[in-house]
Design a protein around this ligand. Structure first.
Ligand code: PLP
Length: 380
């Protein structure tokens, strides 16, 4: 099988699994326990938090471990909005992940927040000038994703954060897809909150983290034993936190070489697909895009039908985000980027990473040509 769905999830790296193992077996203590087993778990958790904080340019006390990207996004958006001393207005984008969009909608329905959406261009990027024109110091929160999960476009997050900082409105960025590829240094980016998830970069599913800058008030969503400095009650998943820290260390050490290698692979793949498949269009930004992301619209075919053909040929990819997989609704990201619904339904996304090879992508490009050809001939 050629796995080209790394944006949906990645396998756990062997080193990560090995680092986690002791905390699932011999050192299984609860970090809140005062005996030696508990203390060992607490030390491992503290070490993991300090390492994650280093990648974020943060203090350890600004890092909250969560059950993944969805929870980190929920905690950021709802927690900051409900903890905010002023305002009832959130500015976001129409291309966010559902974890952000649905959190905003919850705040609208249950807490009377007004939600405004920045426009995006045909490549799925926002215009910082629009944020500058629309943002005021009475606003509560800005939430703009770092990189999009469907089309791979990277947002000018540092520029947006500078605009928000000038009027003292906190800015959150969903860095779930950026993690592993782009710097997560929240201080350098100037963001007040940043969320990411382990399973996109070789840590297990079900772990993530949220950075929130120290002075930003955060209302917890989970109430209970007061773990994570009260920001997120619940016995900590020590092994997963250890795994997340190591996955980040490994990704950071490999980032430059991997980004260069994978960008070259991606550009080769995109070129091949555009050459082989008539009327194929690359979606997302041609330059400001994640190294491992190649997404297309193939005129006149159903993206889902192409996926089935590709899987028969041993190539696994997706038609959009994993959350929307199997739905016959057009992608909200492509609609927001101005694609007509019938064209958005032709989308296919290929995402790859550390394990993808040139041979895989050459074989995949041939398979794409055959799959689109087969679906088109059936449609005629
Ligand atoms: N945000 C983005 C941009 C994502 O791509 C995803 C998952 O695909 C999430 C949030 C949710 O993360 P998780 O799967 O860890 O809940």
């Amino acid at each position: 099988m050629i796995y080209l769905d790394a944006a949906a999830t990645t396998p756990v790296r062997r080193e990560v699994l090995e680092a986690m193992w002791p905390y699932l077996t011999g050192d299984f203590g609860n970090p809140s326990s005062t005996h030696s087993l508990g203390e060992r778990a607490a030390r491992a958790l503290a070490d993991a938090r300090a390492r994650v904080a280093r990648h974020l340019g943060a203090r350890a006390s600004e890092v909250t471990f969560t059950s993944g990207g969805t929870e980190a996004d929920n905690l950021a958006v709802k927690g900051i909005a409900l903890g905010a001393p002023r305002g009832r207005h959130i500015i976001t984008t129409p291309i966010e992940h559902e974890a952000v969009l649905e959190s905003c909608d919850y705040l609208r329905r249950h807490h009377g927040f007004r939600i405004s959406f920045l426009g995006v261009d045909h490549t799925g990027r926002v215009d910082p000038d629009e944020l500058a024109a629309r943002l005021s110091s009475d606003d509560t929160l800005v939430s703009v994703m770092y990189a999009n999960n469907e089309v791979g476009s990277i947002q000018p997050v540092a520029e947006l954060a500078a605009i928000a900082r000038a009027v003292k409105v906190p800015l959150h960025t969903d860095a779930v897809q950026a993690a592993g590829w782009l710097t997560l240094d929240a201080r350098a980016l100037g963001v007040d909150a940043l969320s990411f998830s382990g399973h996109k970069l070789g840590a297990p599913k079900g772990v993530g983290a949220l950075f929130v800058r120290g002075r930003v008030p955060l209302e917890p969503l989970m109430h209970g034993g007061g773990q994570e400095r009260g920001a997120r009650s619940g016995t900590e998943n020590v092994a997963a936190a250890v795994g997340l820290a190591l996955a980040l260390d490994l990704a950071a050490a490999e980032r430059e070489t991997q980004a260069a290698r994978v960008t070259a692979l991606r550009d080769g793949f995109v070129g091949e697909v555009l050459r082989r498949v008539p009327e194929a269009e690359l979606t997302g930004h041609p330059v400001h895009r994640l190294p491992g992301s190649a997404s297309f619209c193939f005129d006149g075919v159903s993206g889902e039908a192409v996926l089935l053909e590709l899987e028969r040929a041993g190539v696994v990819c997706s038609s959009g985000s994993a959350c929307a997989a199997g739905s016959d609704e057009p992608s909200h990201v492509l609609l927001a980027a101005g694609f007509p619904p019938e064209r958005a339904l032709t989308a296919v996304r290929f995402t790859f990473g550390g394990e993808s090879t040139e041979a895989d992508l050459a074989a995949a490009a041939t398979a794409v040509e055959a799959a689109v050809g087969a679906v088109r001939s059936l449609a005629r």
